[in-house]
Each structure stands twice: as structure tokens, then as C-alpha cells.
Design a protein around this ligand. Structure first.
Ligand code: GTP
Length: 466
């Protein structure tokens, strides 16, 4: 073998070796690269699986929250019947889960899990699938129990007029209004002295009979032989009774205009008076009195100044199923409430509409504006038949000044003397009529719903003489 041949063989071997080495290097690199790629792929899959698990947990929590909210809401609703209360039968998102399709409905989340057993548990992964579409899969919440119609309380039956007069007469006899009795005790003495006559006058003044009327009564009594002669208690009582009845006005027409023949239908009554005299209470009691007489009543809560007045009126009226027209806004225009109320009373062809007003007394001009407007807008629908002034008997002569302002601001047709039960000043009945020139038509003798009665002069005088 010559040298050239040997060199050629060595060269070929060398090339083969170099090629083998190169091939080996390339192969090892590509193996490394594919291992790295595989590693990266696994890492990405792990990250996706983790994210899926987190979404699953979040969705589960949301489902639980929704469920508990539904349960709460169902519990807060008024219950129509015992069956509506059953909490358990309503399948919730959770209770529905076991029977829900076990296949995950979001393959993107589920696939990595099936390929990588070491990743978060499949059970966890199915959860998001279910809760991810709660609207579709969650059983519809049980139809909320139809809110029970608030059971209409059975209408109360107010006391009849006759029974009230009897009861209130007895109440008056036991009240702190004994000026008649005090007069009788003095007058029943034999040989009345000047001091006794002074006592008679003082008693009348203290009872708020008023100076003029007191003087007139004392004069009449001094001229009466039954009193100044040999004192027979029965004669004295009879004489005193007569004279008091004359002063109170035994023949005065005290009927409410709605009760007079030819009254309008609906007949409108506006209640006015200083705040706190008992307007709202009296309006409520009056509604009952009409209901007792078989009349259909509508009320208008035009006292929008005192926030609770409309509620108070509603409470009274609800007991006898009388509708109240009111505004939901405090401080609303009282005239607009009066307008609505008169429209409603007209539409319902009611017998009576009673409108309660606010009692604040700022000044006469202001009062005239407000009451005048109420009257004007009401009269667009219905004529106003009656304006009742509510006067607190316990304020006596002090209340008279304010009463006169009302009388001048809006012509009044009658007086309601409230709180006569707590007053020692029953004589106000006499003075108020004299000064305002209108009759006392009703008296309030307590806070009870039927403690209002038509004023009965004989019952009143007998009550204070008893
Ligand atoms: N003892 C007694 N209390 C009465 C009588 N009438 C009303 N009251 C009470 O007087 C208070 C005032 O009555 P309301 O009806 O709120 O007076 P109001 O005039 O409407 O008051 P304002 O809305 O502020 O103008 C309440 O506590 C009533 O219960 C009554 O005849 N006798």
C-alpha cells in the first residue's frame, strides 16, 4: 500500500469521525430543546389547571352566595300560607349539583385536567362548569310566595249616637266639671248672703262662663223666688237647671249641616283650629260617628304640615274602612290634597267628605291664604257645607282669642269642644257660643274612638248638676 492510499484512508476515517461527532452534537442539542419544550408545555398546562381551579372555587363561592341570598329573600317575604314557608324542598345550586351533568361543559378548563392526573382534582373542575352558568342550570327559584294580601281588618262597629249621649252624660257627671254642682250647693242654702252671691259669680267665672253671661245668670237667679224664698232643694235645682239651659241654648239647631234635609251629597266638612286642639282626632272620631249612622265617608288629610297627621288619620279611618286621600310628601300643598279628596268623594258619590287641616297659627293673613285656598279649590268640585272649629275646652278663655282669628279667617258654622273631660271649665260652652255666634255641635269627652257625641244641652246641664 503506498503512502497516498494510506493518507486517503485516514482522511476518509477522519471525515467519518467528524461527521459522527457533529451528528451527535446536533442530536443531543435537539433532544435538549425538545425536553425544554416539553418542560415549558407542562409548566403552561400546570398554570392553566391552577387558574381553572381558582375559577372553580370562585364560581362555587358565588353560587353559594346567590343561594343564601335567595333563601334570605324567600324568608323575608310575607307568607301567604304555611306551605309557602317550606324552605327545604327548593333545590338549590348545590343540591342540584350531584345530578348535574358530570361532563365539564367548558372543555378548555377540563381538558388539561384529564391529561394531567397530578393537576387539581376533576371534581373541583366540574364545579365551575356548573356554576359558570348559574342562570341556565340553576333551578329557577321557587316562585316567591305571592305576598299575602294584608288581611283587611274587620271593620269596627262604632257606637250609636244615642248610646254615646247616655255614656257621655255619665262621664260628664264624673268629670272635673262640677260647676253646676258647686252652684247648687251655694244656692240651696237658706238666706243667701251677699258673700254667697259673690261665690256664685266666682264659680261661674272660674268655669269660664264669661263675665257677661255670669252677670246675667246671677241677676236672673236673684230675681227667682224659688231660690231667694224658703229654699226647697228640688225647686232650687229645677230653677238652676232651667236658667243654665237657657244660657246654653236649649232650642239651638245643633245638627251638622250634612244631617239637615236637602244637604249636599257629598257634604263637605272642613276641620279647622289651633294645633293640638284635637282636629285630627276629632276628624277620625267624626268619621266613626257617620259610619255608625250608616253614611259613606271619605277623608282628606290636608294637614300636610305635621308629618304624622296623615298617618294618624289613616289609623283612625282604617278601623272603619274609610278611605283617606293624602299626599306622600310632607309639606305638600294642602289645597291639592283637598282638591283630590273632593274629586274622589264626588266620584264615589260619598255622603260626607271630612277634610283635616293644619293648625299652625302664624298670622291671620297667612291663615286666610291657606284656608281660603283649601276652600276655593274644594269648591271647584263640591260646595263646602260646614267648617267646624275644634276648640280645646281646657284652654278656656285663652283659646277664645285664637278661635276668633279662625272664625274671621274662614267663616265657621259650628264648634267642636274637645277635651271637655279634662276641663273644669265647662262654662266655655256658654261663652264660646256667645262670642263666636255659632253653636257647639259636638263635644269630645276622651281619647277613645267613640268619645265624641253630638252636643246635647240637657245631657250637659244634667251632667254638671249631677
Ligand atoms: N282627653 C281628651 N283628649 C283628646 C280629646 N280630643 C283629642 N285629644 C287628644 O289631644 C291630642 C292632640 O290631638 P290631635 O288630634 O293630634 O290635635 P290636632 O289639632 O290635630 O294637632 P295638629 O295636627 O298639631 O294641629 C291627642 O293626644 C288627642 O288624643 C278629647 O276629647 N279628650
Amino acid at each position: 500500500m503506498d503512502t497516498n492510499m494510506i493518507i486517503g484512508i485516514v482522511a476518509v476515517v477522519a471525515v467519518v469521525v467528524v461527521a459522527l461527532i457533529a451528528w451527535g452534537v446536533v442530536k443531543s442539542r435537539s433532544a435538549k430543546q425538545s425536553a425544554a419544550a416539553e418542560e415549558a408545555r407542562r409548566a403552561q398546562q400546570a398554570a392553566e389547571a391552577k387558574a381553572a381551579a381558582e375559577r372553580a372555587a370562585a364560581a362555587k363561592a358565588q353560587a353559594a352566595k346567590t343561594e343564601s341570598k335567595q333563601a334570605e329573600e324567600a324568608g323575608a317575604k310575607p307568607v301567604a300560607s304555611p306551605s309557602a314557608k317550606k324552605p327545604e324542598p327548593e333545590p338549590t345550586a348545590e343540591s342540584a349539583a350531584p345530578s348535574a351533568p358530570s361532563k365539564p361543559s367548558t372543555p378548555a378548563v377540563a381538558k388539561p385536567a384529564s391529561e394531567q392526573p397530578e393537576q387539581p382534582e376533576p371534581a373541583e373542575q366540574t364545579a365551575p362548569a356548573e356554576s359558570a352558568k348559574p342562570a341556565a342550570e340553576q333551578p329557577a327559584p321557587a316562585p316567591a310566595p305571592a305576598p299575602a294580601e294584608p288581611a283587611k281588618p274587620k271593620a269596627e262597629k262604632p257606637e250609636s249616637t244615642l248610646s254615646r249621649i247616655q255614656r257621655l252624660k255619665a262621664k260628664l257627671a264624673n268629670s272635673s266639671n262640677p260647676f253646676g254642682k258647686a252652684l247648687f250647693n251655694i244656692l240651696a242654702k237658706d238666706n243667701l248672703t251677699e258673700a254667697d252671691w259673690e261665690d256664685v259669680e266666682d264659680t261661674l267665672l272660674l268655669a269660664d262662663v264669661g263675665a257677661e253671661a255670669s252677670e246675667q245668670l246671677v241677676d236672673d237667679l236673684r230675681k227667682d223666688a224659688r231660690i231667694t224664698g224658703k229654699a226647697d232643694p228640688a225647686d232650687v235645682r229645677a230653677s238652676l237647671r232651667e236658667k243654665l239651659l237657657d244660657l246654653v241654648g236649649r232650642d239651638t239647631d245643633r245638627r251638622l249641616n250634612v244631617n239637615k234635609p236637602g244637604a249636599n251629597k257629598p257634604s263637605v266638612i272642613i276641620m279647622v283650629g289651633v294645633n293640638g286642639t284635637g282636629k285630627t282626632t276629632t276628624a277620625g272620631k267624626l268619621a266613626r260617628l257617620f259610619v255608625a249612622d250608616g253614611k259613606q265617608v271619605v277623608m282628606g288629610a290636608a294637614d300636610t304640615f305635621r308629618a304624622a297627621a296623615a298617618d294618624q288619620l289613616e289609623t283612625w279611618s282604617a278601623k272603619v274602612n274609610v278611605p283617606v286621600v293624602r299626599s306622600d310628601k310632607d309639606g305638600a300643598d294642602p289645597a291639592s290634597v283637598a282638591f283630590e279628596a273632593s274629586a274622589k268623594a264626588k266620584e264615589a258619590n260619598a255622603d260626607v267628605l271630612i277634610i283635616d287641616t293644619a293648625g299652625r297659627l302664624q298670622n291671620k293673613a297667612n291663615l286666610m291664604d291657606e284656608l281660603g285656598k283649601i276652600r276655593r279649590v274644594t269648591e271647584k268640585n263640591l260646595p263646602v257645607d260646614e267648617v267646624l272649629l275644634v276648640l280645646d275646652a281646657t284652654t278656656g278663655q285663652n283659646g277664645m282669642t285664637q278661635a276668633k282669628v279662625f272664625a274671621e279667617a274662614i267663616g265657621i258654622t259650628g264648634v267642636v269642644l274637645s277635651k271637655l273631660d279634662g276641663s273644669a271649665k265647662g262654662g266655655i260652652v256658654i261663652s264660646v257660643q256667645k262670642e263666636l255666634g255659632v253653636p257647639v255641635k259636638l263635644v269630645g269627652l276622651g281619647e277613645g274612638p267613640d268619645d265624641l257625641a253630638p252636643f246635647d244641652p240637657e245631657g250637659f246641664v244634667d251632667g254638671i248638676l249631677a
